[in-house]
Design a binder for this molecule. Structure first.
Ligand code: PDD
Length: 287
């Protein structure tokens, strides 16, 4: 089946969807994005993703081409047209096509932003084998730019990080800056010690994960203790458990960091429980 995608107001077969070579997303990575998961044909945490998108746009002085209500309808229409039961919706908004290359931002009222959405069917998304085995990660230097709280499409270093991990024969990498873990290449990072969940506090050093916000809320509601602070790799290696969260992975346990096995090497009870709660509650609240 040919995918139907959304480009600048039109639903088109993916083979007919085009964006200009002068688009600032293409030339300068001048754009923001969101990834929203779909379970049972419904959107998980749409409001959170929409709110973060608005913030990313405003931090970059970009103008949203559509209201958040219109965006919700486009998400739903793409789910319908592509018959997505489990999968992801990718949304990207760039500063558009000023018709030439120039470092200065174009006038947003003369150069409309470019908006693209497409679906990714992922049958079995909520049933990842990694939930049972856990992930193995390595730590690498965090050399990304300083505004990681803005969800921009500058993903070259995170891509390189995934490749470094792949070459090392592990599943993913955790970024380290000034001796402390910031986050994973495409997820937020957590450790658990003595029942307490520890994850880096929010700042411009990390992306403010929508899954992170939900998981911490569910953890607190379940009377689990949460501490938002930075931790280093040695502390993580000595933790009882570790895990990551993201819209595409939900909650996944981490069982090895830089070659050191955590606990008995199996996914821990806190990560496993949080994954269950997250999936249950998110399905209930899905739109
Ligand atoms: N990535 N940190 C980084 C660097 C990320 O790229 C992501 C998400 C997260 C988790 O955020 P959220 O819970 O809102 O998905 C944290 C998405 C899934 C991606 O780039 O595909």
């Amino acid at each position: 089946m040919t995918r139907t995608v959304f480009v600048n107001g039109s639903y088109l077969p993916e083979t007919e969807a085009t964006v200009s070579i002068f688009d600032r997303g293409f030339l300068m990575a001048d754009g923001v994005y969101e990834v929203t998961s779909v379970l049972g044909g419904k959107l998980i945490d749409f409001d959170g993703h929409a709110a973060r998108l608005e913030r990313s746009l405003s931090e970059l002085d970009m103008v949203s081409p559509l209201t958040m209500d219109a965006l919700l309808e486009i998400h739903r229409e793409l789910v319908r047209r592509n018959a997505i039961d489990e999968g992801l919706i990718y949304l990207q908004i760039t500063r558009g096509n000023p018709g030439d290359r120039d470092f200065a931002f174009p006038d947003p009222y003369k150069t409309p932003s470019t908006i693209v959405l497409f679906t990714q069917a992922k049958p079995g998304l909520a049933d990842s084998p990694a939930a049972k085995t856990g992930l193995r990660v390595i730590s690498i230097d965090d050399i990304r730019w300083g505004r990681r709280d803005i969800k921009t499409v500058q993903l070259l270093y995170p891509s390189m990080g995934k490749m470094i991990a792949k070459k090392a024969g592990v599943d993913d990498a955790w970024f380290v800056e000034d001796g402390k873990v910031t986050e994973g290449t495409s997820n937020n990072a957590y450790i658990v010690k003595g029942g307490k969940i520890i994850t880096r506090d929010l700042s411009s050093d990390i992306l403010h994960g929508i899954t992170r916000a939900a998981v911490l809320r569910f953890a607190r509601e379940a009377q689990m203790e949460v501490e938002e602070r930075a931790f280093n790799v040695a502390e993580a290696q000595g933790a009882d458990e570790a895990f990551i969260t993201s819209a595409s992975a939900f909650v996944l346990p981490v069982v090895e960091i830089d070659g050191v096995t955590l606990g008995n090497g199996a996914p821990g009870p806190v990560a496993t429980r949080l994954r269950e709660i997250y999936l249950d509650e998110s399905r209930k609240a899905a739109v």
